[in-house]
Design a protein around this ligand. Structure first.
Ligand SMILES: Cc1cc2nc3c(=O)[nH]c(=O)nc-3n(C[C@H](O)[C@H](O)[C@H](O)COP(=O)(O)OP(=O)(O)OC[C@H]3O[C@@H](n4cnc5c(N)ncnc54)[C@H](O)[C@@H]3O)c2cc1C
Length: 398
């Protein structure tokens, strides 16, 4: 144990899961632990608004981690973690530094890959200028055919639907004629992860915007004016816009699957390691989404608080998906409860179903960020989607 009464909890990462865990721990066990954050960058970028930025509908806010950690009574070390040495309760950084921990939470996210070679892949805020170029090419009539392609492995395809809808609104607003927009996906109905009600709403939005939707087809590669798909035939495309694929962080010393994702139970406990927890996109959880990452972080924070001596019964991770779909039209909210699997009934509302109505619905993070910025998710026109995911899709409780 760390010298003195307080135990040292180290959180690795500076994204959604790491910050949600930091805020949750502060509220649950702030007096019982000294918390350190080890992140490879001193900033937190709010990635979801990457799709809104090219349209001038939002800004990818960046938050200073030094300020956030200071606010929360924690310490920040800017360093990339290369390995965990569980026996020694120590992490090793890329530049050879070593930090001891009593309890460790790893939340380093996933690594983005280009899932569809030759496409414009929107991996986050740093890629918005690439999509701006596509819009400019449309405006200048250099291109007329744009295909939005959901890659086979994308578990969170919603941002691509937003890009398609916002592009359609852009095209309509500018009166650009003879533009052909298509959305191709491996899904059997639009955003089928959210169930039948959300799917019907999204289909209506797409069709009403003049976007042709092609289901049950996997986009493979963009080349020479076409998109190769399985099954074929190839689609004619001046530009193909896609989302990244993900691979695991492959942190040495942690049990992981063959793609480098960390294996955890429903309390975020890393299998086989007594004092190590993990949350978010870095884990084997099949849905790589900010709200889900935050919920995993909350479950891990409760488990850690109990380990620190807080008298509570840690609740397991029970994923609920919440998504805000920017449409370019009037704001709408949609919620779907799924009891036994996908495709169950949902509910659509023109009013916010939760507050603050943020794109990353983290219990602690959303209000915290909203308090830092008055209007975090400013752009108008959206559909909120909430769905309870079948427990069977996630790792079993220990
Ligand atoms: C274009 C786009 C739009 C999206 N829109 C939404 C949306 O609307 N709603 C939603 O809920 N989700 C959305 N997502 C998904 C969401 O961004 C991720 O699921 C979420 O950020 C995952 O959180 P995380 O904390 O696990 O990982 P991240 O947010 O990726 O954070 C990982 C952190 O760890 C740090 N790190 C990485 N490696 C190391 C290391 N070795 N050592 C130390 N630090 C390290 C990183 O710098 C980063 O700070 C979107 C994703 C994309 C690409």
């Amino acid at each position: 144990m760390h010298n003195g009464a307080k135990r040292r909890v180290t959180i690795v990462g500076g994204g959604v899961a790491a910050l949600e865990a930091l805020l949750a721990l502060r509220s649950l066990a702030g007096d019982l632990a000294s918390v350190e954050l080890v992140a490879d960058t001193p900033q937190f970028s709010y990635r979801p608004l990457a799709v809104a930025e090219p349209f001038g509908l939002g800004t990818c806010h960046r938050f200073d981690l030094t300020r956030i950690t200071r606010d929360q009574g924690a310490t920040l070390h800017v360093a990339g973690v290369d390995a965990v040495e569980p026996e020694a309760q120590r992490i090793v950084t890329w530049d050879g530094r070593r930090f001891d921990y009593d309890l460790l939470l790893v939340a380093v996210g996933a690594r983005a890959t280009t899932a569809i070679p030759g496409s414009v892949s929107i991996k986050g805020p740093a890629y918005t200028s690439r999509f701006r170029t596509v819009l400019r090419e449309l405006d200048e009539r250099q291109i007329t055919r744009v295909v939005f392609a959901v890659p086979a492995g994308a578990s969170w395809p919603l941002p691509l639907y937003e890009l398609a809808l916002l592009t359609a609104a852009h095209v309509a607003e500018r009166g650009l004629r003879k533009v052909q927009l298509q959305l191709i996906t491996h899904e059997s109905s639009p955003l089928d992860l959210f169930g039948a009600t959300a799917s019907a709403v999204v289909r209506e939005l797409l069709e009403g915007s003049g976007i042709e939707v092609l289901m049950n087809r996997v986009p493979l590669e963009a080349r020479q004016g076409e998109l190769v798909t399985a099954p074929g035939p190839a689609l004619a495309a001046d530009r193909v816009v896609s989302l990244p694929g993900t691979i695991g962080p492959a942190i040495r010393g942690l049990p992981q699957d063959r793609d480098g994702f960390i294996s955890v139970d429903l309390h975020g406990h890393v299998r086989g390691l007594e004092d190590v927890y993990a949350a978010g996109d870095a884990t084997t959880c099949p849905i790589k989404q900010g709200g889900v990452a935050a919920q995993q972080a909350d479950a891990a924070a409760e488990a850690i608080a109990a380990r620190l001596g807080r008298d509570l019964d840690p609740r397991p991770f029970r994923p609920v998906l919440r998504g805000l779909l920017l449409t370019g039209a009037a704001p709408r909210y949609l919620q779907a409860e799924v009891a036994g699997g996908r495709g169950d009934a949902g509910q659509v509302s023109e009013h916010a179903l939760w507050w603050p109505p943020s794109k990353v619905a983290g219990q602690h993070l959303a209000p915290y960020l909203a308090s830092q910025l008055n209007a975090l998710d400013g752009p108008g026109g959206g559909v909120h989607v909430e769905v309870r995911v079948a427990a069977g899709s996630f790792p079993a409780e220990r």
